[in-house]
Design a protein around this ligand. Structure first.
Ligand code: GLA
Length: 330
């Protein structure tokens, strides 16, 4: 059987093409990974709870192994993610009796963690999602209510970026978020980044997660977002791209992927990549949140057990119409 051309090679002049991986998928999906991608993100292995489950106990095995795999195949590594309200252990914020720790204690933990992790991968992980999802979705608040905010205060973001920059001055430092194309949230994210930049914080990029759906966000909103974020004077990366075949939590499950869905999804991917190409001057990397449809977090989100098919390769690892639609944009 003739093999399809390589995605990463096709886009080499424009941006890197990445995939989120874990210790299992680098083995089970190795053929696709090595052929089509030149960048990886650890799906979970570099999150706080994975790396430092206990105050005095770091676990680097899985993350180290992923970085080794990347280097073996000449792939870049995005670091994901240093500070997030999820997948962060309780001990970070609470003492043994369950009381919230002081600002000083939590700030020390934040700095130690970032310093230890970023130093370990200095020169091997070229960029970090320093803070993930800090902006609130609805309402007037700029920042999401989180234990980082509650214990340290608003400057936890500043402290995180400064600590990461200290530990690796060469690393590109990103703010990363979802619903990034929603007009209201986009305005808030822009406000946050502008504020950080005006205070001299070393922030170099905006990561658009891009967990998108068949019909939303609208292509106009995506374009406005690329435009508005680029105008902040930061680099852009698409960090967690997938296009669900569902639009709403309430949509009933499909038993299988249908020809019509395959085509609609291909058109969505085509439109997205047409834009990415137009913005290639500011976009350095486009990462998919997975490799093939047999392994996707969307099978259990937002509805547990509802099969989804959001990626470019099908459950048998064959390229889908979306793959060829994207290739035509290269
Ligand atoms: C967010 C995080 C990712 C991942 C996805 C769901 O987008 O940034 O690390 O956890 O949720 O898998």
């Amino acid at each position: 059987m003739e093999e399809e051309p390589s995605l990463a090679k096709a886009f080499a002049q424009s941006f890197r093409v990445g995939a989120a991986v874990n210790g299992e998928t680098v083995v089970t999906h190795e053929t696709l990974l090595v052929r089509h991608f030149n960048s990886i993100t650890a799906e979970n292995a570099m999150k706080f709870a994975s790396l430092q489950p206990l105050p005095d106990h770091y676990r680097f095995e899985e993350a180290d192994a992923l970085v080794d795999v990347a280097e073996e195949h000449g792939m870049a590594v995005r670091g994901h993610t240093l500070i997030w309200h999820n997948q962060t252990p309780e001990w970070v914020f609470r003492d043994q009796s369950g009381r919230l720790k002081s600002r000083r204690e939590v700030l020390t933990t934040l700095k130690d963690h970032i310093n230890r992790v970023v130093s370990r991968y200095r020169g091997r992980v070229y960029c970090w999602d320093v803070v993930n999802e800090a902006v609130s979705d609805g309402g007037d608040d700029l920042l999401r209510k989180s234990l980082w905010l509650e214990t340290i205060g608003e400057d936890y973001l500043i402290e995180a970026f400064l600590a990461a920059h200290d530990a690796d001055p060469q690393a590109q430092l990103f703010y990363n978020d979802y619903n990034e194309c929603d007009p209201q949230k986009r305005a808030k994210i822009c406000r946050l980044i502008r504020r950080l930049k005006s205070e001299g914080v070393p922030i170099h990029g905006m990561g658009l997660q891009a967990h998108w759906h068949l019909n939303s966000p609208g292509i106009d909103d995506i374009e406005r977002s690329l435009n508005d974020y680029a105008e902040l004077g930061v680099r852009l990366q698409i960090t967690e791209l997938d296009i669900s075949v569902y639009n709403h939590r309430e949509d009933p499950p499909y038993r299988q992927m249908t020809p019509s869905l395959l085509l609609q999804q291909a058109e969505r991917y085509r439109a997205a990549f047409r834009l990415f190409k137009r913005y290639a001057e500011v976009i350095d990397s486009v990462t998919f949140w997975g490799i093939a449809d047999d392994r996707t977090w969307l099978d259990n989100f937002p509805v547990r057990g509802r099969k989804d098919w959001p990626l470019l390769f099908d459950t048998d690892h064959r390229p889908k119409p979306a793959f060829y639609a994207i290739m035509e944009q290269a």
